[in-house]
Design a binder for this molecule. Structure first.
Ligand SMILES: Nc1ncnc2c1ncn2[C@@H]1O[C@H](COP(=O)(O)OP(=O)(O)OP(=O)(O)O)[C@@H](O)[C@H]1O
Ligand SMILES: [Mg+2]
Length: 265
């Protein structure tokens, strides 16, 4: 059951929280000493929300995604999914089950398996889930249509452009309809036009599957696609902005990003 509440007096606003991040800390112990990558980070993600995360290099953005995806274990804090904190969610085998059921990852470097065809790459999460061949065929065919990749279904990743490879990666991340998608610099390796195309693909798919997305980006124009932007510096959230879908968004996001870049200069 999703957690929901009503705001009385201003009509009924039904907000469904999918993630509550509470007091999240991550300290890495290295030969050179302790590194505090995340320092008491708290925020919430609503169902269907596209949240952009911006910040200086080393400010903890990828660490945050790794923790939300249970790829790493926090030093302190909790991640509640639909209002519930599962004590063992970061330990195996629960972490793998949590990931398979809830998370789709998209990385800057695509991370496709080079020996598999495009359709085999997209099908992989379904195969790992043990779905039937008939279900896999049906879902992959639909995904190839949505991503516009049908023509290349038997090709290997090396035969595709960067933009096409990223569309395969998006297809693979969304094929199981995970409620949460984590994207780390998904357009970081692509030119402006291809980035726009990829973001449109992501938004189109979001309309179909209604995912909640956490999108890490260095690019203010990418962040304007979001509903809300969190700004990170030194492992902390130092600023926030709710997009208004006006020309103002780009200016304000740029201004806020510049401000945190100056703090670290
Ligand atoms: N596995 C690790 N072991 C030790 N230190 C780490 C590890 N992963 C990250 N760190 C450190 O934690 C801090 C945050 O790293 P993180 O990768 O989360 O930053 P980021 O915001 O994603 O940076 P970028 O924009 O460059 O990708 C950095 O100081 C980094 O050196
Ligand atoms: Mg990173």
């Amino acid at each position: 059951m999703l957690h929901s509440w009503k705001v009385l007096g201003v009509g009924i606003l039904n907000k469904q929280l999918i993630l509550s991040i509470e007091g999240l800390c991550k300290t890495y112990e290295t030969a050179g000493g302790s590194i505090c990558a995340l320092d008491n980070v708290s925020f919430q993600l609503e169902e269907g929300e596209l949240l952009a995360v911006m910040g200086t290099s080393g400010s903890g953005k990828s660490t945050l995604l790794n923790l939300i995806g249970a790829m790493d274990i926090p030093t302190a804090g909790e991640i509640k999914l639909n209002g519930i904190y599962e004590e063992g969610m970061f330990k195996e085998p629960q972490a793998t089950v949590y990931r398979r059921e809830n998370i789709g990852f998209i990385f800057q470097s695509f991370n496709l398996l080079k020996d598999l065809s495009l359709e085999e790459n997209i099908a992989l999460p379904l195969v790992l889930k043990g779905e039937t061949d008939a279900d896999i065929d049906r879902k992959v065919t639909k995904m190839l249509e949505i991503t516009g990749l049908n023509k290349w279904r038997s090709h290997r990743p090396v035969e595709l452009s960067g933009g096409q490879q990223q569309r395969v990666a998006i297809g693979r991340a969304l094929i199981t309809s995970p409620p949460i998608v984590l994207a780390d610099e998904l357009t970081g390796n692509l030119d402006f036009n291809t980035s726009t195309d990829i973001l449109q693909t992501l938004l189109e798919m979001k309309k179909v599957f209604n995912q909640s997305i956490v999108l890490v980006t260095h690019d203010p124009s990418v962040a304007t696609y979001a509903d809300r932007v969190l700004f990170f510096h030194d492992g902390k959230i130092v600023d926030e902005y709710t997009c208004t879908r006006t020309d103002e968004d780009m200016d304000i996001i740029l201004q806020k990003f510049r401000h945190i870049l100056e703090r670290s200069a």
